[in-house]
Design a binder for this molecule. Structure first.
Ligand code: FEO
Length: 395
């Protein structure tokens, strides 16, 4: 409902926005379920704090929601856990209304707030690990958690209510009627895994460090800045531990582009070989694939197989794009194979192989066929699938 607010803990209010209609993030990531920008209002006896804000365009909605609890001009601390505009975009508006408020942030965050939001030094309060603010019987402590997923990121911990505000960490792009994790089944973890793949997977060492750090804190509620709030924090903490360091699946992610279904014939033969050895294969036709789903499948796959036709002397642009995405997301893949068709000169397979190897992915085999694969090419692809599956099982 428009204007909805709710308590996540006693006198601790969600004043965020559910952006049901947003369909893309970072001009890259599809948002099939929209997203939310969660902001939290914590009034104290002496001081009032707002944890994060909302995406540009929702400033007046945010102020309206805050007004249902207190006069927005009475905010004393505006906490910026992360500088990206989906959470920090309303900072200029809030600082303009709350004339005495301080923007609370890390030193790196201060550099960013100056550049992005033109915040002056005197309006900022720089904090570091272990610093805290007393709102009057309500204590907010700050935890440095850099590179989740920008260098300035930090968490805020509300000691008395044992609430962790980790901003993007543990988030999910999901706008629905549900406010809490226990109102949702496995769909939430499914969406959180997609979010992890898109946003956090490139930063696995910082993810592991943050999990280690928060394991020492008693947490009853995790209130991220996207998606539902966890009243069962173990649910998402355990999922993250599994994704970042748990066992990988015997799974091959098969991605391909095919202009005239010739590379596709090679894909089918490879899939037959993989399946014959009892290994799971998940297929994405890049002409129609949702890259968020592709990213999610990469989280726990051991291998990727890339089918790439040569297109004007180089890889088909969709295969190039997918390979660049894999390099950027840094999945834990162990091995790869690359194959495809060409018209006259070839080169697509070689260039994708080189791109993967430059990022330390091991390419264990390749095959390139002219125009349309003959039966010997099909047999070769089946064998490539079988050998890939055997390798996957051995890892
Ligand atoms: Fe949800 Fe990195 O912003």
């Amino acid at each position: 409902m428009f204007g909805e607010i709710f308590e996540i803990a006693p006198q601790t209010y969600w004043v965020g926005i559910k952006d049901w209609n947003r369909r893309v993030f970072d001009s890259l990531i599809p948002l099939p379920n929209g997203t939310t920008y969660n902001a939290y209002l914590i009034p104290g006896k002496d001081k009032n704090a707002l944890v994060d804000t909302v995406n540009p365009g929702f400033e007046s909605d945010l102020l309206g929601k805050i007004s249902r609890v207190l006069d927005p001009s009475k905010i004393d601390y505006l906490i910026m856990n992360h500088a990206e505009p989906d959470h920090a975009g309303a900072i200029p508006t809030v600082l303009q209304i709350a004339r005495d408020a301080k923007l609370v942030l890390t030193a790196k965050g201060a550099e960013m707030a100056k550049r992005l939001y033109r915040v002056s030094d005197e309006r900022m309060l720089i904090v570091k690990e272990g610093d805290f603010l007393d709102l009057g019987g309500r204590t907010l402590r700050f935890i440095e958690a850099p590179f989740l997923h920008w260098p300035e990121t930090m968490f805020t911990y509300f000691e008395e209510e044992k609430v962790l505000f980790p901003c993007d960490f543990f988030g999910a792009h999901y706008a629905g009627p549900e406010n809490f994790d226990d109102e949702m089944g496995e769909l939430l973890i499914h969406e959180a895994k997609r979010y992890y793949a898109e946003i956090m997977m490139p930063f696995k060492p910082p993810v592991s460090r943050a999990l280690e750090k928060i394991s020492k804190i008693e947490i009853e509620i995790i209130a991220p800045s996207h998606g539902p709030i966890y009243r069962n924090p173990k649910r998402i903490v355990d999922a993250y531990a599994h994704w970042v360091g748990g066992p990988l699946e015997n799974k091959v992610v098969v991605i391909y582009a095919s202009m005239w279904k010739n590379t596709e014939k090679m894909v089918k033969a490879l899939m037959t070989g993989v399946a014959a050895k009892g290994v799971k294969a998940v297929l994405f036709d890049l002409a129609v694939a949702d890259v968020g789903n592709l990213a999610r499948e990469l989280v726990d796959a051991k291998a990727v197989a890339i089918g790439v036709p040569t297109f004007v002397g180089g890889p088909h642009p969709f295969a190039l794009y997918a390979t660049a995405l894999i390099k950027a997301l840094r999945p834990r893949l162990k091995v790869a194979v690359v194959f495809g068709t060409y018209g006259w000169g070839g080169g697509g397979v070689r260039q994708i192989k080189e791109m993967l190897e430059a990022s330390k992915f091991e390419v264990i085999s390749t095959h390139e066929a002219m125009l349309s694969p003959f039966s010997e090419d099909i047999e070769k692809m089946k064998k490539m699938g079988e050998e890939l599956a055997e390798k996957v099982k051995s890892l």
